[in-house]
Design a protein around this ligand. Structure first.
Ligand code: C2E
Ligand code: MG
Ligand code: MG
Ligand code: MG
Length: 273
């Protein structure tokens, strides 16, 4: 392939590879300090109910102001996991997200919910439950308005520990969502083995919901999840077509660029609240 593209392209690829290498190295070296330097920010993606009218909550999504570039989580969460920074970073996210939405609810007299992504590793943090309880108490935030999002890897890697952790979250009154369902190796068994309240249908399904097989799959999944009494969130709603499909299938919540991208705090305050 390189031969076809010619010499310049080969140089270009080499540089790009090096850039990636340096970036990973730099990310690793700067990650812990970044927390102290206050370089992380949360963006919030509005979540809508079936009628699509009024925002009902937000998903908190982390970003990193790293040397004049806004880095997205896919470029540093995994590194944060390897270097164990994820434990401290994860706690920062929980505090920040709950404090922010508590503030908005108080200011606008609303009951907006907040969804927080957890890394699989965080389930092994034995004092995280106490930490969450303290944050809830500090901000007087109703636990039922908090949903923690876990991906299936979290469930696969630490079976018994995960169930115990999730039960503790339930006892606090928090809800649990299974994120990215329908991507990778989703197992139907998880739906009955783990104490989850919500399933988030992966955006990859919604992107091609007009294709016959995908449409059948989405319809089947929705029927199954409804009959299991699980709440459904559809991610990656980018157009009217997928939005209408969600309405037709009584999917309880929707997220996606059709409604809004994740936005910074100022923009949420100016345009959404
Ligand atoms: P996720 O939790 O599945 O979040 C959905 C991702 O899809 C977000 O990317 C969001 O910006 C993007 N998205 C939302 N709507 C649309 C749409 O209509 N079209 C398209 N193409 N994309 C859409 P983002 O913010 O880059 O986050 C990527 C992943 O990083 C998240 O996937 C989540 O797994 C992880 N993540 C984000 N924040 C945190 C965090 O605070 N802690 C941990 N552990 N992981 C996080
Ligand atoms: Mg998520
Ligand atoms: Mg997802
Ligand atoms: Mg994802």
């Amino acid at each position: 392939r390189a031969k076809k593209l010619g010499r310049n392209q080969i140089c270009y690829f080499a540089e790009e590879m090096q850039a990636k290498f340096i970036e990973r190295y730099q990310i690793e070296a700067n990650l812990l300090g970044a927390l102290k330097r206050n370089e992380f920010v949360l963006h919030y993606q509005p979540v809508y109910p079936t009628d699509g009218k009024q925002v009902i909550g937000f998903e908190a999504l982390i970003r990193w102001n790293f040397q004049n570039t806004l880095l997205f989580p896919d470029s540093f969460i995994e590194i944060a996991e390897c270097s164990r920074v994820i434990f401290e970073l994860g706690r920062w996210v929980i505090t920040q997200a709950i404090a922010q939405v508590a503030y908005w609810n108080a200011k606008h007299n609303k009951t907006l919910s907040v969804s927080i992504n957890l890394s699989a590793l965080q389930l092994s943090d034995s004092s995280l439950i106490d930490f969450i309880k303290t944050v809830i108490d500090t901000y007087q935030f109703p636990a039922r308005l908090i949903e923690f999002e876990l991906t299936e890897t979290a469930l696969l890697e630490h079976d018994n520990q995960s169930i115990a952790f999730m039960s503790e979250l339930n006892k606090l009154g928090c809800r649990i969502a299974l994120d990215d369902f329908g991507s990778g190796f989703s197992s139907v068994a998880h739906l009955q083995n783990f104490p989850i309240d919500t399933v988030k249908l992966d955006q990859s399904l919604m992107f091609v919901c007009h294709e016959t097989k995908t449409l059948a799959l989405i319809k089947g999944l929705a029927a199954m999840l409804h009959s299991l009494d699980l709440n459904i969130v559809a991610e990656g709603i980018e157009n009217t077509e997928s939005m209408l499909l969600c309405q037709q299938l009584n999917i309880q919540r929707m997220q996606g660029y059709y409604f809004s991208k994740p936005l910074d705090v100022k923009t949420i305050e100016a345009k959404v609240l």
